[in-house]
Design a protein around this ligand. Structure first.
Ligand code: OFO
Length: 182
């Protein structure tokens, strides 16, 4: 059984994961509008993954006998300066998500809530992968550049990552959670 405080924190995380999904979907929409199909595919696929993160939390809260609740979700920004701007923002956003997961972990420790601590292990590993992924994209943008043909290559590279990321996520998923794998 979850404490009220833990229920509230987990519900806030549900909201943040939904916001993450909307943010990446909006970014994907901007890329599609600009003709950057590789970046659009990657970001829209990533938006789906964030919904998976949300559903995993929602299932856990309800399994404990608490009520998972959906609050209002802040609208994401709609215009961006460049692909570099987008991926700097995704990296920064993932760092924020990591800090929120860490807060949940600290609370679970403080409350000796070992079931939630165990549940959160997946998110700790996932956040490591997410930060690694977005930092890698930023490095590619830095190395290749987005001038002239650079943008064409960046878009292709990021489009290819959409497939690779799916493979990584599959191998990270524990058998217990396979039904909600993302
Ligand atoms: Fe992109 O991270 Fe969710 O948890």
């Amino acid at each position: 059984m979850l404490s009220q405080k833990m229920t509230d924190y987990l519900n806030q995380q549900i909201n943040l994961e939904m916001y993450s999904s909307n943010l990446y979907l909006q970014m994907g929409s901007w890329c599609a509008y600009k003709g950057l199909d590789g970046c659009a595919n990657f970001l829209i696929k990533h938006a789906d993954e964030e919904m998976g993160h949300m559903r995993r939390l929602l299932a856990y809260v309800n399994e404990t006998g608490s009520l998972a609740t959906l609050g209002a979700i802040e609208a994401p920004e709609t215009s961006f300066n460049s692909v570099g701007d987008i991926f700097q923002k995704t990296y920064k956003h993932e760092q924020l998500v990591t800090s929120k997961i860490n807060e949940l972990v600290h609370l679970a420790h403080a409350e000796k809530d070992y079931a939630t601590l165990q549940f959160l292990q997946w998110y700790i590993a996932e956040q490591h992968q997410e930060e690694f992924l977005f930092k890698g994209i930023l490095d590619k943008i830095e190395i290749i550049g987005t001038d002239g043909q650079g943008m064409f290559f960046i878009d292709r590279e990021i489009g290819e990552l959409a497939t690779k990321k799916g493979m990584e996520a599959t191998t990270m998923t524990s058998p217990d959670n396979a039904d909600i794998a993302v």
